[in-house]
Design a protein around this ligand. Sequence first.
Ligand SMILES: O=C(O)CCC(=O)C(=O)O
Ligand SMILES: [Fe+2]
Length: 221
Amino acid sequence: MVLFRSEPHPDAADLKRIGNQVRARLDADPAAYRIPVEDFEIYAVGEFFTRPECERLIKVVDAVARPSDSYSNDGGRTSYSGDVDPHDPFIRMLQRRIDDLMGLDPSYGETIQGQRYLPGQEFKAHFDHFRPSDPMWNEEMRNGGQRSWTAMAYLNTVEEGGSTDFPKVNLSIPPQPGALLIWNNMARDGRPNAKSLHAGRPVIQGVKYVLTKWYRSRPWN
Ligand SMILES: O=C(O)CCC(=O)C(=O)O
Ligand SMILES: [Fe+2]
């Protein structure tokens, strides 16, 4: 499939260091469960957000969600999405909790994105990291560099559908309110990991709300 090995990886050393740092942190955290799959790092924290926090966040997502744009690797996204206000005190508090869990400097994190999927909407199989063929590659490399880890939270129960699937490692995760998933888009050597391919499967019944936060190889923005 995708031949990452021949592509340039300007931030591989930084990404390897960040991979080691976050792995050590999560491995030492009894709340973080390492999902046992080979050659791909993914962790889950159950009830990272409380029910009242999820309910409040759902209202925040409803307020910012617009039809997703379709540049670069977002091409397969039909959900509504938007950036949440990073200056809002409630969001800042949650953001600090995610940064602290990861053990990463807040400057490496992008603004949290909210997404809402209605029946039939999905996020087709994609990589979160950038590729040199992306139209925004040069700009992203100037601003923050490659995406390293993804932290993604489910805010509600979906009646049917809407799982997050990682087809290369046979993993299918159903939405559970308040649960946070954390995965490394890079392999241990700091290069893009083809096994990080994933999809938000179509919602069949109900609505699906998620928050996503991407971390970079260098300070962003
Ligand atoms: O909605 C999902 O399950 C996946 C979302 C996702 O892949 C993303 O936001 O990058
Ligand atoms: Fe993704």
